[in-house]
Design a protein around this ligand. Structure first.
Ligand code: EPS
Length: 396
């Protein structure tokens, strides 16, 4: 049974929820570990007023007994503290339909889901789109990803991320390594790979805020200890790079994803775009990792390297031209409040995306209704690969 992650909840509703099914039984969950991931996601210079209200904490509502997974679906809820301030708006149609009609949002923001969402679902109040399109939903993805991360940690796999570029400032060109991301400090203002240059970036965020602007950027995410053989070339939809790209691209405002040196390699000759294979005393060794740990849609035991490219947030204090969908007249887009940038958070969310996809691929290969069975299958596989397996692959 494949592991699945469904999220639910509106940004200003009671809570956001993750339902994670297919996790093996017998996994001792570290609830504080989930909360730590949630706190990492909330951190970052440039977040808006909402983050002063929310202090995300997970409530595990199902799937756990005595702190250990049962093999049944996990229900992870994160209450929205801001809900109290919005309860009337959220339920206005019940309380006072006439007032609700007057409060309708009808000026879609360019770059947001507002317009296409209103057309698609037939909503005449854009709140009915934005409440679910909001990146608040990523709190649930991070909670689900945190469980996957704990499962992966048992299997010897770790994930890191960091900001590589913000607005016009590029801190590092090309794909990062796991070691590069070891420089990122979660308690620093922007979680960058170059802490010594963060002041420069903090100033850029402040300038953007002053100007009513928003900033995009690039994050790098790297997983180390991924067993070889996850994903498959045999069916296009099983290709690991395709699955990772889908999960990372599905993060709000991400518009491009690269695996390894996927972008840079386009301008190189083939002899400098691939990673030579050498024999070694402890297994097969690679001369480089341009492939980002994936060849033919299959993990090869090297670090899995992903970059996500995030556009600037679409909610602008000085809004762009729009059309009032109630009157058909020209207007400017709606504005309530906004973050200046959420690029540091994007890294944490992308870690969760990798954790989910890698855990799903790992369970697809090794199975296991109980976590001990999964670990035993990985050890057996390591034994089978022997001295001609990847030297980096160390079984748990
Ligand atoms: C978001 C808009 C802002 C962000 C929100 C994502 O929320 P609000 O409209 O309440 O000010 O703060 O992100 C979160 C709440 C979060 O926890 O990440 C949007 O439109 O996507």
């Amino acid at each position: 049974m494949a592991i699945e992650l469904v999220t639910a909840g509106e940004s200003h509703g009671r809570e956001v929820v993750a339902v994670l099914s297919g996790v093996p039984a017998g996994l001792r969950l570290d609830r504080d570990g989930i909360d730590r991931e949630l706190a990492r996601r909330q951190h970052g210079h440039g977040r808006g007023g909402r983050q002063k209200i929310e202090h995300d904490r997970v409530e595990v509502r199902a799937g756990l007994r005595g702190g250990v997974t049962l093999g049944s679906p996990l229900v992870l809820a994160i209450p929205n503290r801001d809900w109290e301030n919005w309860a009337q708006v959220m339920d206005a149609w019940q309380v006072d339909p006439a007032a609700a009609a007057r409060r309708r949002l009808t000026a879609p923001r360019p770059g947001h889901a507002d317009l296409a969402g209103a057309w698609k679902y037939g909503h005449d109040d854009l709140r009915d789109v934005l409440e679910r399109a909001s990146a608040r939903e990523t709190a649930a993805r991070v909670a689900g990803g945190a469980v996957c991360r704990q499962l992966l940690a048992l299997c010897g796999c770790e994930i890191r991320s960091g900001v590589l570029a913000l607005g016009e400032v590029t801190l590092t060109e090309g794909p990062p390594t796991f070691a590069d991301l070891g420089r990122v400090r979660d308690d620093s203002p922007l979680r960058t790979v170059a802490p010594e240059r963060e002041d420069e970036l903090v100033a850029a965020v402040d300038r953007a805020k002053h100007a009513g602007e928003t900033l995009g950027g690039v994050v790098g995410v790297v997983a180390r200890g991924v067993p070889p053989g996850l994903g498959s070339y045999a069916r296009w939809e099983d290709r690991l790079d395709g699955q990772l790209a889908q999960a990372v691209m599905a993060i709000q405002a991400v518009k491009a994803v690269a695996i390894g040196a996927g972008i840079e390699a386009t301008a190189r000759p083939g002899s400098r775009a691939h990673d030579p294979i050498f024999p070694g005393p402890d297994g097969v060794r690679r001369g480089s990792n341009f492939a980002g740990g994936i060849e033919g849609g299959v993990s090869n035991g090297e670090e899995v390297v992903v970059r996500a490219f995030m556009k600037p947030i679409a909610t602008l204090r000085d809004p762009l031209p729009s059309v009032d969908l109630a009157s058909g007249e020209a207007t400017t887009a709606a504005y309530e409040r906004s973050d200046v940038t959420a690029v540091p958070a994007c890294g944490v969310i992308a870690e969760a995306a990798l954790a989910f996809v890698l855990a799903r691929a790992l369970l697809a290969k090794f199975g296991g209704d109980r976590i001990d069975d999964t670990l035993a299958a990985i050890r057996e596989y390591r034994r089978r690969l022997g001295k001609l397996g990847p030297e980096r692959f160390v079984a748990p």
